[in-house]
Design a protein around this ligand. Sequence first.
Ligand SMILES: [Mg+2]
Length: 344
Amino acid sequence: MSQTVRTRPEGSARALSEAYDTALLDLDGVVYAGGNAIVHAVESLGVARDGGMRLAYVTNNALRTPDAVAAHLTELGIATEGSDVITSAQAVARLIADQVPAGARVLVIGGEGLRVALRERGLEPVESAEDEPLAVVQGYGGPELPWGRFAEACYAIARGVPWFASNTDLTIPGARGIAPGNGAAVEVVRIATGAEPQVAGKPLPPMHRETVLRTGAERPLVVGDRLDTDIEGAFNGEVDSLLVLTGVADGAQLLAAPPQHRPTYVDADLRGLLAGQPEVTETDAGGGFRCGGWTATAGEERLELTGDGEALDGLRALCAAAWTAAGDGVCGLDGGKALARLGL
Ligand SMILES: [Mg+2]
């Protein structure tokens, strides 16, 4: 990547919903959590769309079809069509279609979302290594996926059939704890075969390409809650990103982010789409960074914060101090006390 290293969150005089034509929204931890809408999500997305912003939903989950995801969002109060949803199943189906003849058979280890996406690209989903597949594709199959499906993948891969994976998210956080995701299932097949899959999902380029192809976005804004998928995917696609703090990422992760994990903007939740973003400026004396009423500096061992005001402004100032100190590395300074002061 030839991008310059980001050393502070950017400001925007205009509301982000006006400065960008399309929001490419992650779902879990951004729009909903455990099936329920996240606070402020439904109203904020409604206002953004009424103002002319195109909304598209981008998910690494390959199990559910776009129509099923759209029905869920509509039920939550966010009217959505299947064509507004882009999945890693669609991205991997295109990746496969680019490499096998039209109408080729593809062995599916996964769920309905994968089968629908393969048919959309003119490929034929099959269930057995004996069906002469020209590709193997693996996507999250849900808790009922039988172990024998992995054996089927291994038989085909051992014969030299190319192997593809929708995504490699290792875990799926749920109400009862952390469950194994498709990445864990991919590891099972990798250990047994010694082979390497081609992967489509976030943060890799096939997913971003699929999203731009389907939305026609010219000035997209990626909106996500994870640094290593959403924000890194935006970095790899060389587009701007907004991190919201309603999901996985927290203040400590953000301060310790390497360059590819640093978002363009940071906000508490999706209300951030409707607002401008404050500038972070360097202090007159130099060495410190100011945002709102806060000033952050990098000390010998820890990040220091003085002033008061909005917690998010304090976090933005701390990001500038940490990222500037880290350069193209990772900031090792302790930000715990400063974050505690912000309640973050
Ligand atoms: Mg997420």
